[in-house]
Structure formats: C-alpha cells, structure tokens
Design a protein around this ligand. Structure first.
Ligand SMILES: [Mg+2]
Length: 205
C-alpha cells in the first residue's frame, strides 16, 4: 500500500489566530492602531522601529503565556479532521516559531487538533537573551520530510514550496497582505481564503 501523503501546515494564521491577538497586544503596548491585514513578518518594517527595538518587542511577545491563549481559527479544527478522514493525509505542523514555544504549541495542537499532527517542527532557535542563533529553512525541512504540500499564510512560503516542486497553498484570510504584481500565480501555487476552500482544494469538501 502506498504511503499516506504528507502535508505540512503552518501554525500562525493558518491553525491559530496570530495577527489579530498581535494587533491587540501591540496596540495596547504602544498606542498604535494596527489591523491584522497589516501584519508583516518583518517587524522593523511593519512597526517603523529599528532592529534593537523590534528584538525587544519580540522577546516580550513571543512567550508561552501569550501564545497559549491564541484560539484556533474558526472552522479549521473541523476542516483538518475532515481532511485527515476523507483523504488519509498525514500532517506535520511546520512553524517559524521559536523552539522555546514548542511545548506550548504541541499542547495547543493536542487540545484543538487532537490526533491530527504527528509531527511539529519549530524552526527558530534563540539564545537565553532571545537573540536568534539559527533558523532552519521551512521549505527545506518540509521537502526533506517528504511533504507534498505546504499550507501557509505567507505568500513567499507558498511560492517557495511551489518552486521546490510541491504544492504551495496560501491560506489568505487577509487579502490586503498580498504583495502587488504577483499574479498570475506561479505553477503549483494556489490561494484559498477559508477552511471550506481548503477542503475544496484537496477534494475533501
Ligand atoms: Mg503563518
């Protein structure tokens, strides 16, 4: 019998709310008025601060007691269960989260996505001061594990997966976050906007 297909799924803003609680946190901390669709992984660019200040804020935000509270995205636990049952996929959660957030992430997966994710990979390693030591490349890790697809809210991740020969499925709840001039989609790259469209993409709706 053929091995079940392995699908990699990002954590933040695919399985769990992230940009939304981030905005609540940063707006309360700094008196700003950020909206989720304005979220960028590049914090200096997003916040208009230098690297030192961005690192300080990151170390305040990237803590287990904060990430523990992120709710699952509405409809995703049901969709992931359906995908597993209907298609028999295996799933790995592949996240740029720090390895220090591994235990809280594993606990949240087990709580909200029980029995779905056999593996969790957190890609970023920091030292005791919160300075990044290393960051493994998500696509290399996914392809190395044998994943045939990656579901990710980041356009660049989807494109990189497609370029590596897999399927890059961009889970795009915040259409404003897409860079301009990126259409038409590269071969192997797809866009979905909600859990139902994700199920349809994998012929499981
Ligand atoms: Mg994400």
């Amino acid at each position: 019998m053929a091995e079940p297909l392995l699908v990699a799924v990002d954590a933040d803003d695919v399985l769990f709310e992230h940009a939304d609680p981030f905005c609540t946190w940063i707006n309360a901390s700094r008196g700003t008025n950020f909206k989720p669709h304005q979220y960028l992984e590049n914090w200096p660019k997003m916040l208009g601060v230098d690297e030192v200040e961005a690192a300080r804020l990151r170390n305040l935000f990237l803590r287990p007691e904060i990430f523990r509270e992120f709710p699952p995205i509405e409809g995703m636990p049901e969709a992931m269960r359906k995908l597993k049952d209907a298609r028999g996929f295996q799933f790995v959660c592949a996240s740029k989260r720090r390895t220090s957030l591994g235990p809280v992430t594993r606990a949240a997966l087990d709580q909200h996505y029980p029995g779905i994710f056999e593996h969790l990979v957190c890609l970023t390693e920091v030292n005791a001061e919160g300075v990044r030591i290393s960051s493994r490349d998500k696509i290399e890790v996914c392809v190395g594990m044998g994943a045939m697809a990656l579901v990710d809210d980041q356009w660049e991740a989807g494109r990189a997966m497609a370029q590596a020969g897999g399927e890059g499925v961009v889970f795009n709840r915040y259409p404003m976050s897409f860079p301009e001039g990126t259409f038409p989609m590269p071969l192997g790259m797809y866009e979905v906007h909600n859990p139902h469209e994700l199920l349809r993409h994998f012929n499981a709706a």
